[in-house]
Ligand binder design. Sequence first.
Ligand code: PLP
Length: 214
Amino acid sequence: MYTSLLEYLDSNDATLVAVSKTKPSSMIQTLYDQGQRIFGENRVQEMAEKHEVLPKDIEWHMIGHLQKNKVKYMASFVSMIHSVDNMPLLSTIDTQAKKHNRKIDILLQIKIAQEATKSGWDYETLITEIASETIFKYPNVSIRGVMGMATFTENKEQVRGEFRRLKQYFDELSPLIGSDRFDTISMGMSSDYTIAVEEGANMVRIGSLLFGAR
Ligand SMILES: *Cc1c(COP(=O)(O)O)cnc(C)c1O
């Protein structure tokens, strides 16, 4: 599975985040031995424990809903945080990154799904924040792009429409952010990654397809 998935993603210039949440370090090591370096986790504690025991050239991506008080446990090593959806969190990441003399890559998670439970910025709120320029006051944070999750539904056209909207948001935000490092569109999971790639994803987050059901 890994090899054919990688071939598909490579030919579409999309990067794979292997989502290893709840899976043991041994399974991560196996995929690492096949060449995979980027792994995604949704709990800080679990990610920190795995970082401790696994090879140090793994790039750890935080993809799950995040509380401010947890940022300090990963600020020294996290490679990218996909789930930034409010200013206090952004500010905390900046403060913690500064303590470690580094700059942390983040994605703006934007709400595209219809479910009320899905986290993410409301797009209009995000635009207001950007207009007020507060978002640019954090030198130890590098805003690399956007992340989104489609509605959990069998309706493929709905999913496609939501991914298309996220790509459109990215295109609108790009000149407003005004950085050539703003280049990442993280969307698509095991069930919908081909749709996401067709709609412009250049980073996908895939778990169960690689590691089995959770
Ligand atoms: C768990 C998770 C994934 C991966 O889901 P799969 O269906 O196992 O591929 C992707 N993104 C986020 C934010 C997740 O929490």
